[in-house]
Design a protein around this ligand. Sequence first.
Ligand SMILES: *Cc1c(COP(=O)(O)O)cnc(C)c1O
Length: 370
Amino acid sequence: MKQHEMKIPYCTFRPLEQELGSEIRTAFERVLENSRYIAGQEGTEFEQRFAEYCGCSFCIGVGNGLDALTLILRAMGIGQGDEVIVPANTFIATALAVSRTGAKPVLVEPGIETFNIDADKIETAVTERTRAIIPVHLYGQACDMDVIMRIAREHNLKVVEDCAQAHGATYKNRKVGTFGDAAAFSFYPGKNLGALGDAGAVVTDDRELSECVRALGNYGSDYKYHHIYRGYNSRLDELQAAFLSAKLSHLEKMNAERRRIAGKYLNGIRSERVILPIIPEYTNPVWHIFAVRCMERDRLETYLNENGIGTNKHYPIPIHLQECYKDLGYRKGDFPIAETISRTELSIPLYYGMTDAETDYVIDVINRFE
Ligand SMILES: *Cc1c(COP(=O)(O)O)cnc(C)c1O
């Protein structure tokens, strides 16, 4: 173990907690005072504010991001016998949501430079069973939505945006979540907008879909003890909604800070061994993750860890090689680009409140990687 000057975690909530602690405590006190914990004013208020933030007509708070995706697909009537296109490089939840409805996830390769679904490869995956595409704005960077929406229109497919990593990211100056038929957000604590526990939301401009999602998340009930669907229990509770409202007011500032840190990395990292992310001009990312690539990824990881720098991998095992998806019949080599990313991607520290001394140290250590 080397002696290191600094200890930098991959992620920490400490600076945020220090800055927003009193607002969060006030939110807690308010909920306690109101003595209402499910389906009250806090939830309604947050939903209105988040819809407005995204630029959508409707927002429905739900239990988490996986549920948000699942409820949208179910509300679209997608299930057994259907296929849904998902990127081969994403968090497992995107595929699991499809499986939960009974439909089959069909994987499509990412681009090696953007890490996002390669829009030009979507069409070859379309069959007569395909019902929808789920573009994932991975690491906080928007997918090429013009191409995806054109393919969807041509083949009469629904588009469900997975915005779990992209709160506030834009495509051609318009926020993600406003392009498809509906979008799913996660407020898992580590996301750009995070609750103090699990939470999620669906946004859409489609009133009918929004009403169906709302009913599905509330036992399939449109009014009390009347059940139109065999639904779920997936609701945003008052406490999390109150916390989220407090944090939403700071989201733009937090995203701006992430962009500033990412900018420092992009300008400062000069190692020939490290491949920096490429940002197409159509997107202004929110840097949920700063993903570099390195042919000797594991050696870089050990080197950074030994120098006190925390790292992460997104994601070390691609979906088609996961045990739970053995029955899809995919084999090693079926998605070479996704596999290359899983072998070469390394995520470096990026969190709100990261100091210049910390980012400079990370840059310096990476640039000294032999
Ligand atoms: C986090 C995440 C999800 C799932 O969100 P949860 O709130 O953890 O259920 C879905 N998709 C992507 C891309 C994610 O990063």
